[in-house]
Design a protein around this ligand. Structure first.
Ligand code: NAP
Length: 262
């Protein structure tokens, strides 16, 4: 066993003085979270924040768990993605709007061959989304809705009317491989899954997760909030740490990558 030295800071107000604060910013941070250069198949990265005691939300939303360092990484991950994949429960709970990328980020994306702004792709078996919600009204690019044949056609029509690109799979459920195939079919292969626990649990159960970026916020919250993955099926997926970062406020940010498949 070894002690891990992680004196790395992510925010500019780290309070450190001297010439080498160990601060990670800008290009260095983007490099730490770059997608692999070679991607023979889509790369599924998930990003979550939780409390030290494992809660994924406080009062039904995750916002209060966020810290300045978590926000930096959150934005860095969005900038690198082709698509932000999210379950309908999270969209409803968090009132998701479209992704925002600042001017410098757009330039970097376009220079790398990406679109200026990644779309949000929502998974909803029931197509149960409010057509007047921010997902449709506060976005620069059309959201994608992945639903299934059993979804109410009236609801689906309302989402199309609201501007969504709707993809319907067969049957009454949507499997993990169908979710990934839906976005890959649009040429979107750098996948950033922002949850929630049900969608992530399914991707874990289907062994489709390549990477987990997990922020531990320096708080205990108790309560009844669940963990980051929930699924009726248990899976054991071995991961290896790619890096561990810490901020001066106690935020710990880990990046875990799936061990190569045999
Ligand atoms: N701390 C964090 O980083 C973080 C991140 C994300 C979310 N959260 C929290 O997690 C909570 C929401 O949890 P959740 O488990 O309800 O979130 P979720 O996974 O976003 O949503 C579940 C819903 O998404 C749809 N869905 C997900 N997977 C599906 C699949 N494979 N096939 C068909 N539909 C699928 C279904 O929608 P329909 O019912 O419409 O069919 C299902 O009811 C919120 O409190 C949120 O704040 C926390």
């Amino acid at each position: 066993m070894q002690r891990v030295h992680i004196a790395t800071y992510l925010t500019s107000d780290s309070g450190q003085s001297g010439t080498d604060t160990g601060e990670v910013t800008g290009d260095a941070l983007r490099e730490l979270y770059a997608y692999p250069v070679e991607m023979p198949r889509p790369w599924v990265r998930a990003n979550f924040v939780c409390s030290i005691d494992g809660a994924v939300s406080v009062g039904g939303v995750s916002g209060t768990l966020g810290t300045p360092a978590d926000k930096k990484v959150f934005d860095t991950l969005r900038e690198a993605a082709d698509v932000v994949l999210v379950g309908a429960g999270t969209v409803r709970a968090e009132n998701y709007g479209g992704v925002r990328i600042d001017a410098d980020g757009r330039q970097r994306r376009i220079a790398s061959g990406l679109s200026a702004v990644p779309p949000i792709a929502v998974v909803s078996a029931r197509a149960h989304l409010d057509a007047d919600a921010r997902l449709f009204t506060d976005t620069e690019v059309a959201p994608i809705v992945i639903t299934c044949a059993a979804a109410d056609p009236v609801r689906v029509a309302a989402l199309v009317e609201a501007g969504a690109h709707v993809i319907r799979t067969g049957g009454s459920e949507i499997t993990g491989p169908e979710v990934i195939a839906a976005v890959e079919g649009l040429g979107l292969r750098r996948i950033l899954c922002e949850g929630g626990p049900s969608l992530f649990g399914q991707l874990v159960a289907d062994d489709l997760v390549d990477e987990l970026c997990l922020t531990t916020a320096p708080v205990l919250v108790g309560g009844t909030a669940g963990r980051i993955a929930t699924s009726p099926h248990v899976a054991t997926v071995s991961m290896t740490p790619a890096h561990v970062l810490a901020d001066t406020d106690g935020t710990v940010l880990t990046r875990w990558v799936r061990l190569p498949r045999p």
